[in-house]
Design a protein around this ligand. Structure first.
Ligand SMILES: Nc1ncnc2c1ncn2[C@@H]1O[C@H](COP(=O)(O)OP(=O)(O)OP(=O)(O)O)[C@@H](O)[C@H]1O
Ligand SMILES: [Mg+2]
Length: 329
């Protein structure tokens, strides 16, 4: 088992700082009363580079969607930078409040080629769940807000500068989001059926919205398919799993719940727990579980598929190259 203690501490501290759902009134009052920490100049430069704290709280951003008292502060803080970057002009409705995040339909700015964009805003609660997800994190390095690896040298420098501990937590947090953004970017570029990513902020991701003004795309799980279409979409799902594998990654939470269906097309979503094939020793197990869940759905739609066989074949074709003994040498 990986050593999870560091992660636990980090996320506990993080929760204390940010979780608006906490019933601890005192903590909430303390948060309100306390102005944003103003670090020294050099620290500030690094924090901006890694954690992207550039969004200000000023500038009259009002939304058509009326958030509840509990979500308001978190939502507006989370999407404000998208508004300031002229990517969205409004939050129109809540698409869904998921376990880890809530997704909102936003009106895209005129400069964007789409009418709507989807903002996925992570719940502070998500970081509690990440504790159970150390399995996915194995073999990962930390990423900064540009998606670049944070090196040991960076970490040494930060330690030398006595950067506040909260900063380390923000770094893990930003790193987590960067994985989802990076994954979407490279998969989208490779022609995978994933939402087009537009931007990420401290706890939010902006991507293309699947659906229309009347309804968001339903998850495939809610859709009954004719057999022909079922075979077509099963092939499409497998094509996407192969694209991921060819990029060295496994989705990690793939199922008919994380595949959207719209206009006869599927779109794979929800990538924060992506695992690396090369460095994560659990990757084969995770791949097999993803494929099994996808097959479970398609078997119900009349597709004849064998998840174990498919997993074995794909792992053989795309899994890491293991050292083999060459008897000719
Ligand atoms: N780009 C999008 N366009 C339209 N709807 C979306 C988009 N992304 C997500 N959704 C909707 O929001 C829901 C939650 O998104 P996602 O699965 O990424 O987050 P989650 O926190 O893992 O949620 P869950 O726990 O429900 O899986 C999805 O099931 C889907 O209904
Ligand atoms: Mg999901």
């Amino acid at each position: 088992m990986p050593n999870m203690n560091n992660y636990l501490d980090e996320y506990d501290d993080y929760l204390e700082q940010f979780d608006p759902m906490q019933n601890d009134r005192q903590a909430r009052r303390k948060r309100k009363a306390k102005p944003r920490h103003q670090p020294k100049k050099a620290e500030q430069a690094i924090i901006e580079e890694i954690a992207d704290t550039s969004g200000t709280l000023e500038g009259g951003f009002e939304t058509t969607y009326q958030p509840s008292r509990y979500e308001e502060g978190w939502l507006l803080d989370s999407v404000r930078s998208f508004y300031e970057q002229a990517l969205i002009t409004d939050v129109v409705s809540k698409v869904k409040g998921g376990k880890e995040a809530s997704v909102y339909r936003c009106l895209a700015h005129d400069s964007v080629e789409k009418t709507y964009l989807a903002a996925k805003v992570y719940r502070p609660r998500m970081f509690r769940q990440l504790r159970n997800d150390a399995m996915y994190r194995e073999g990962r390095t930390l990423l900064n807000a540009d998606g670049k690896e944070i090196t040991d040298r960076d970490k040494r420098e930060m330690r030398a500068m006595k950067v506040k501990s909260g900063f380390g937590q923000q770094m893990s947090h930003t790193s987590w989001l960067m994985y989802e953004l990076n994954t979407l970017e490279s998969l989208y570029a490779a022609g995978a059926a994933v939402p087009k990513p537009y931007a990420s902020a401290m706890n939010a991701l902006l991507m293309s919205y699947i659906g229309d003004e009347n309804m968001p795309a339903p998850p495939l799980n809610d859709v009954l398919l004719e057999q022909d279409e079922a075979y077509e979409l099963f092939d499409e799902a497998m094509r996407n799993i192969k694209i991921m594998l060819s990029q060295g990654i496994v989705h990690g939470d793939l199922s008919a719940y994380n595949i959207l269906y719209w206009d006869g097309q599927i779109t794979l979503i929800d990538f924060p727990q992506v695992s690396q094939v090369e460095s994560n020793p659990n990757a084969e197990f995770i791949l097999q579980r993803d494929i099994t869940r996808v097959c479970d759905y398609f078997i119900k739609q009349g597709v004849d598929c064998d998840a174990d066989q498919l997993s074995r074949d794909l792992w053989e074709a795309y899994g890491p190259v293991r050292d083999t003994i060459n008897y000719n040498e």
